[in-house]
Design a protein around this ligand. Structure first.
Ligand SMILES: Cc1cc2nc3c(=O)[nH]c(=O)nc-3n(C[C@H](O)[C@H](O)[C@H](O)COP(=O)(O)O)c2cc1C
Length: 196
């Protein structure tokens, strides 16, 4: 890869923001296939590849997702959504599915699309009463994610043993939100945590 192309790639990766408004324009099937092709190339622990990707282009189904998952209600105006499911036959299914999800965001941007990662998985701490507290309230921003997840699994006829890791909304968009990130100098440490 030439230096110019490399710089363009890195700039594009840095340019990926969560976008929640889309124009009314369909995404070509080949583009969606290529995005999933990139997702399946992500690393997985012991190369188990526990994932399945449900690509949703049907407008009624996108609307159903938006009703099931209020924190992703904007998906009803997206051209497509990709649901990332992972089988729980590996203890690293969350990391595996997250790596695939990031590949979806990156490859979508290279195709000129904007996207948003919508929370899918709920940590195991929701399964018991031991929910960590943040300033006196449970740290879960989405307390009924468990119910949403099970409704979504029903809607998409997902077999037993799978967990929803993420939902990604995809579409063309003119939105270019600015980045709001911690500074490089603030997050980077050299050789030891104490040394910036
Ligand atoms: C695990 C995860 C879950 C997220 N869930 C949601 C969500 O449910 N709804 C939403 O609008 N954005 C969601 N986001 C997007 C974040 O809000 C966004 O990445 C963050 O505000 C930083 O903005 P940026 O992506 O534009 O840099 C999620 C992101 C991640 C990584």
């Amino acid at each position: 890869m030439s230096e110019k192309n490399l710089k363009e790639c890195l700039d594009t990766i840095k340019d990926i923001r969560s976008v929640r408004n889309y124009v009314d324009q369909p995404i070509e099937k080949e583009v969606l296939k290529n995005i999933v092709d990139c997702a399946r190339m992500a690393p997985t622990a012991r190369n188990i590849q526990p994932w399945e990707f449900v690509v949703v282009t049907d407008k009624d189904k996108l609307k159903n997702i938006s009703e099931i998952i209020p924190q992703g209600e904007f998906i009803k105006s997206a051209a497509a959504g990709i649901l990332v499911f992972c089988h729980k036959n590996t203890e690293y299914f969350l990391e595996d599915g997250s790596a695939a999800t990031q590949n979806i965001l990156v490859s979508a941007r290279f195709h000129g699309l904007k996207s948003c990662w919508i929370a899918g998985y709920q940590g195991p701490y929701y399964e018991n009463d031991d929910i960590p507290m943040c300033e006196g309230v449970p740290c879960t921003p989405i307390p009924d994610l468990y119910q949403m997840q099970s409704n979504l699994k029903k809607e998409f006829e997902v077999p037993e043993g799978f967990e929803l890791i993420s939902v990604v909304s995809l579409g063309y968009s003119n939105d270019n939100p600015p980045a709001d990130k911690r500074a490089l100098a603030d997050v980077i440490h050299w050789n030891t945590f104490n040394k910036k």
